[in-house]
Design a protein around this ligand. Structure first.
Ligand SMILES: NC(=O)c1ccc[n+]([C@@H]2O[C@H](COP(=O)([O-])OP(=O)(O)OC[C@H]3O[C@@H](n4cnc5c(N)ncnc54)[C@H](OP(=O)(O)O)[C@@H]3O)[C@@H](O)[C@H]2O)c1
Length: 284
């Protein structure tokens, strides 16, 4: 009997912790809590165990190929495949972070975009029929937020993972040279990185539609502004950002878990960016 398995990255705190917690209640198989720091991850697992849950811990730094390879080997040897992959690991900086814009962009690209891309690439052959992949991203990542010329370089019907990876490098080079807006990139790092992530999700789903393994569904989920520890410096005294009240991590996680547990045979959403259960048109 094949044992089902769900993996959550960056699950030691914030939204990822809540995603793992909710999957531990609702997913019929093992839930692997992963993170880059073993002490923090084991602490999170202790908290989950104290609630009567049975998480499995494994270290995974999504920016390190060796760490990804070791983790993929662990899944292959112990489960033979994967049923749910939630790419949640990401960077959130304090509002007054002393890091330069370049350093923040670099860390965000490495973790949120390249980390997700590499993990998906390594897990691609292990995805079982009916598996679900979710990328935690943002609905801010719309192609319309790019300049006209840059927009033309992302044809969603053809763009490849490799091309998106190269585009991410070009974005970083533009930020380093302080000319990102000349090249059509938005000012907000989250916006630029989410465009790449949402396009990646579209491309993955598009390619998997013709795969002989049936019904593999890939979506991006925007958690909305969420009051995690890291976000506190961005929120006003009413817990709002730009007039929008931040959600609780559990509330944001529920939307992600819904996509991770879409029933067999689901055809939509697929390749989409979903925010509060609505499909966002990322082309416009
Ligand atoms: N909160 C929001 O309002 C908001 C809005 C839009 C999108 N998002 C996205 O939602 C996701 C979760 O955000 P959050 O607010 O829960 O953030 P968070 O509380 O800062 O949690 C981020 C998690 O990612 C982990 N992580 C960072 N770098 C990693 C790496 N190289 N390898 C593996 N894990 C790594 C962190 O581990 P450590 O504990 O070791 O640092 C932590 O567990 C992120 O992708 C973020 O970009 C959040």
């Amino acid at each position: 009997m094949v044992k089902k398995v769900a993996v959550v990255t960056g699950a030691n705190r914030g939204i990822g912790y809540q995603v793992a917690r909710q999957l531990l209640y609702d997913f019929p198989g093992d839930v692997i809590v992963t993170g880059r720091n073993t002490a923090k991850g084991q602490r999170a697992c202790q908290q989950l165990k104290a609630q009567g849950l049975k998480p499995v811990w494994h270290e995974l730094d999504v920016t390190q190929s060796a760490s990804i390879r070791m983790f993929v080997d662990f899944i292959r040897e112990n489960y033979g495949g994967i049923d749910v992959l939630v790419n949640n690991a990401g960077t959130v900086f304090d509002k007054d972070s002393p890091l330069s814009m370049y350093r923040q962009a670099e860390l965000t690209i490495q973790t949120n975009f390249k980390g997700t891309l590499n993990l998906c690439r390594y897990f691609m052959p292990l995805l079982r029929p009916h598996s679900r992949v979710v990328v935690v991203s943002s609905e801010l990542g719309k192609l319309s937020s790019l300049g006209k010329e840059l927009r033309k370089t992302i044809d969603l019907d053809k763009v490849t993972m490799y091309e998106l990876d190269k585009l991410a490098d070009k974005y970083l080079a533009a930020v380093q040279a302080k000319v990102w807006s000349d090249y059509g990139w938005p000012d907000r790092i989250l916006e630029s990185v989410s465009v790449l992530e949402n396009a990646l999700v579209y491309a993955l789903a598009r390619d998997l539609k013709n795969d002989q393994r049936r019904n593999i569904i890939v979506n991006a989920c925007c958690p909305g502004w969420t009051a995690t520890e890291q976000m506190q410096t961005h929120l006003d005294e009413k817990g709002c950002l730009g007039g929008v009240e931040a959600r609780s991590p559990a509330e944001a996680a529920a939307d992600i878990v819904r996509l991770a547990l879409l029933p067999y045979g689901t055809s939509s959403p697929n390749g989409d960016t979903v925010y509060k259960r609505e499909i966002i048109n990322i082309r416009d």
